[in-house]
Write a protein that binds this ligand. Structure first.
Ligand SMILES: [Zn+2]
Length: 482
């Protein structure tokens, strides 16, 4: 069936007006019934945030996402656009995209009276129905709602009391769609009042002239709880109108965090060099964010963004690439030293407390990265001392420690390291490495695999202490391999 091109055609087609919130509700219900994801691509929120967003949409609530930075708040809001209808009809030429069957602006009501069913309509795709505004202290009522346009008034010989002289702001232009205000507390209190008036009462005063403008919108907000208390606040009546407040969080498991990073990091690059990233390197990168989120040197009230491991992955890859290009190699495998060299991805993404500031961002970043390496190392190599046993008693080779070592070399870093031609070429120069290979039946990768896992700085020494003695004795020789 051809799409209607004027109001009477639309009426004949049987199209019915519905509000944005009803439209979203119906589409959410359809997805729930078909067991299709509501927020595809949002990882780690399946049991927590997503159900609450769905409830808010079913309730027809305007809602706010409250959480620290880098918790996918903006991404969730943007993905709401996918829940709208493919396209909706609107009166052609209307600045606020009036519903053809229920026009609200003065100009459209006049045209409807003059032309009856002949008023032309256009179809608006869903991508054009999501608008967002980053709240900043300099946002004005004119930006958000509109202003009187003296040129319009002069050329059309209208007085300022005539609603047709309004130059609409971003909110009316988002009519019949989704409007997101990011960092709501940064909006001045009197602008928030204007926002409240237009949403609650459907009217607002522009330069003293009362304007009636019943808008049809789903209004969503995001805010950082730190700003909530420190930089600004949300006026109580507006908070009251935002019926659902949904708390976001950082990924709770390493697996979820890795899935997010894998989805977001730019690793598919046009290049002649192929870079392999061993699983343990990915774990270390993710662990850096987890360690930063528990470090006493990092300001936890501002959070450690999920963008940290994403940027760290990208920079780690770049460092391995750079190494390969310089060495004229065609492939490379990312190493711990590449992660440490990617420190630029960490320093800017952690806010420091006073003690951290005294150390400096670089020292804190290295400290956090060292702890991450140590934590991953400890997971691969269990402590030589069984808990509860007297100190000094060493596990017999072939027991837990050795099996963990076997697992590590069997499935972990070793195969990737072997494929790194640069590493193969340089191995002969590592003193002591040849002996290590002979000792272990020529499995010389042990030294390459084990040594870089050791933590730098304070982590390094503790990492070595936790190695089983038989490993330190003749197998890995981490001190020589480095
Ligand atoms: Zn209109």
């Amino acid at each position: 069936m051809a799409r209607a091109s004027d109001v009477s055609g639309l009426e004949r087609s049987g199209w019915r007006s519905k509000s944005v919130k009803d439209e979203l509700r119906l589409n959410v219900i359809a997805r729930l019934r078909e067991n299709r994801p509501i927020l595809p691509g949002i990882v780690g929120y399946e049991q927590t945030v997503t159900p609450q967003v769905v409830n808010a949409l079913l309730s027809g609530h305007d809602f706010i996402l409250l959480g620290l930075r880098g918790q996918a708040k903006t991404r969730i809001l943007r993905s709401l656009a996918d829940l709208l209808d493919d396209e909706i009809p609107a009166i052609a030429g209307c600045e606020i995209r009036d519903d053809p069957l229920r026009p609200v602006c003065a100009a459209c009501r006049r045209r409807a009276a003059e032309q009856k069913g002949g008023v032309p309509i256009v179809w608006i795709p869903r991508e054009e129905r999501y608008h967002e505004k980053l709240a900043t202290p300099d946002v004005t009522i004119a930006d958000l709602i509109g202003d009187l346009d003296p040129i319009k008034a002069a050329t059309r010989k209208l007085t300022f009391a005539d609603p047709e002289v309004i130059h609409y702001g971003i909110l009316p232009r988002a009519n019949r769609g989704i409007f997101a205000v990011n960092e709501l507390p940064d909006l001045q209190a009197r602008i928030q009042v204007g926002l409240l008036n237009i949403l609650e009462e459907g009217d607002v005063q522009i330069r003293g002239f009362p304007i009636r403008l019943p808008l049809d919108l789903l209004l969503t907000f995001s805010a950082n709880p730190e700003d909530y208390t420190n930089r600004g606040r949300i006026i109580t009546p507006l908070r009251d109108r935002i019926r659902s407040q949904i708390l976001t969080h950082y990924p709770r498991t390493l697996e979820e965090a890795q899935a997010i990073t894998a989805q977001e990091a730019r690793v598919d690059r046009p290049a002649a060099v192929r870079v392999g990233v061993p699983a343990y390197i990915r774990t270390v990168i993710e662990e850096v964010a987890f360690q930063a989120r528990s470090s006493e040197l990092v300001d936890q009230s501002s959070g450690v963004s999920a963008r940290l491991p994403i940027a760290l992955t990208e920079n780690t890859l770049s460092n391995a690439e750079r190494r390969a290009f310089t060495a004229g190699a065609e492939e490379a495998t990312a190493r711990i030293s590449d992660v440490l060299a990617a420190v630029a991805a960490v320093t800017g993404k952690i806010e420091l407390v006073y003690e951290g500031e005294r150390e400096g961002p670089l020292a804190v970043a290295r400290h956090v990265m060292g702890r991450a390496v140590k934590a991953v190392f400890d997971r691969h190599f269990p402590d030589a001392y069984k808990p509860g046993e007297e100190a000094g008693r060493i596990l017999v080779p072939g027991r837990e420690g050795d099996r963990a070592l076997g697992r590590f070399h069997g499935r972990g870093a070793a195969p990737e390291a072997l494929r790194d031609p640069e590493a193969r070429g340089s191995r002969a120069q590592v003193p002591g490495d040849r002996d290590a290979r002979r000792d272990r039946g020529g499995h010389g990768v042990r030294a390459r695999g084990a040594a870089p896992v050791l933590a730098p700085g304070e982590g390094r020494d503790r990492g070595r202490e936790s190695l089983p003695r038989h490993v330190r004795g003749h197998g890995a020789r981490p001190e020589e391999a480095r």
